[in-house]
Write a protein that binds this ligand. Structure first.
Ligand code: TA6
Length: 281
């Protein structure tokens, strides 16, 4: 693949590459964080807040943050764990059947062991081609004991109008609202980001569909058992330092997640989870 370059993305080292059909993507080495994906139709599909920090050690608001080894505040670590702010290495580019792939790696170190005393290796492989993006997370347990983890690909999809955006495919699925303990069942055919939402849907179906002003993105997940749907709404958006007051109107997080129960990984084993996004041509 000869269409790969390194660049400085708002001060953070990053990789940009091209896939078949003219698709492009950019990922920062901090967090192996996808901050742009433009498929063959030429339109950016990921939302990144124009007020996001791009500073070492600070989470980027938007794109595809990789959450590991703790989802949200479900454990003793800092919110969403350390992988999204850690420095990853670029492990190379390759040509796959589905398109052009960039792979990033993060291994346990003295710094990660200080907060989470486990031996692990993570790989994040992002493949683009035509109208598709596939992101796969691999977690290898290099230690001598099993460890539990929770994880997510916290994808911020760009929308143009919260009144028209519709997420379909979660009807009949059990969910819990953030901060609540009671498990409820989704009764709607279509979920809109018009009112704030922050839910984990358990044992979610592998496929959901986001419609937005005639555009359709099919979201497929494998390995990840749960789907998280998040939009902070107007009030919370206005209170966030890294979000414009109207930021909520332009994003909808549809996250492939492994939250409940946590994954328990045995020594020497590798766990895989992926999310793919396909835009209708
Ligand atoms: O995935 C949903 C969520 O856990 C929400 O509760 C919300 O806080 C969001 O993630 C963003 O978290 P962050 O740490 O990036 O501000």
């Amino acid at each position: 693949m000869n269409t790969l370059e390194t660049l400085d993305h708002h001060g953070l080292p990053a990789i940009r590459w091209q896939g078949p059909g003219g698709a492009t993507a950019i990922a920062t080495l901090q967090g192996a964080h996808l901050v742009s994906w433009i498929p063959a139709d030429g339109e950016e599909k990921l939302f990144v807040s124009e007020r996001s920090a791009f500073e070492p050690g600070k989470a980027i608001r938007g794109g595809i943050p990789l959450i590991f080894p703790q989802f949200a505040d479900r454990g003793p670590l800092r919110q969403h764990g350390f992988a999204r702010t850690a420095s990853w290495t670029f492990a190379g580019a390759s040509v796959a059947e589905e398109g052009h792939r960039a792979t990033f790696r993060l291994e346990s170190s003295a710094a990660t062991r200080a907060t989470w005393p486990k031996d692990f290796a993570l790989e994040l492989a992002a493949t683009i081609g035509g109208n598709r993006l596939e992101v796969e997370l691999r977690v290898l347990n290099r230690g001598e004991a099993s460890f539990p983890f929770t994880a997510a690909l916290h994808t911020y999809l760009r929308i143009t109008d919260p009144a028209r955006a519709r997420l379909r495919g979660l009807r009949g699925i059990r969910f819990v609202e953030r901060g609540a303990t009671q498990v409820e069942t989704e009764h709607r055919d279509a979920i809109t980001p018009e009112s704030p939402i922050d839910r984990v849907y358990f044992e979610a179906p592998p496929r959901t569909v986001l419609e937005d002003e005639g555009r359709v993105v099919t979201i497929t997940q494998r390995g990840f058992t749960d789907t998280v749907v998040w939009n902070p709404g107007a009030e919370k958006s206005a209170a966030m330092a890294d979000m414009a007051p109207d930021g909520w109107r332009r994003m909808f997080c549809i996250e492939a997640a492994a939250v409940e129960p946590p994954v328990v990984l045995r020594p020497g084993e590798t766990w895989r989870g992926s999310q793919s996004l396909a835009c209708d041509p």
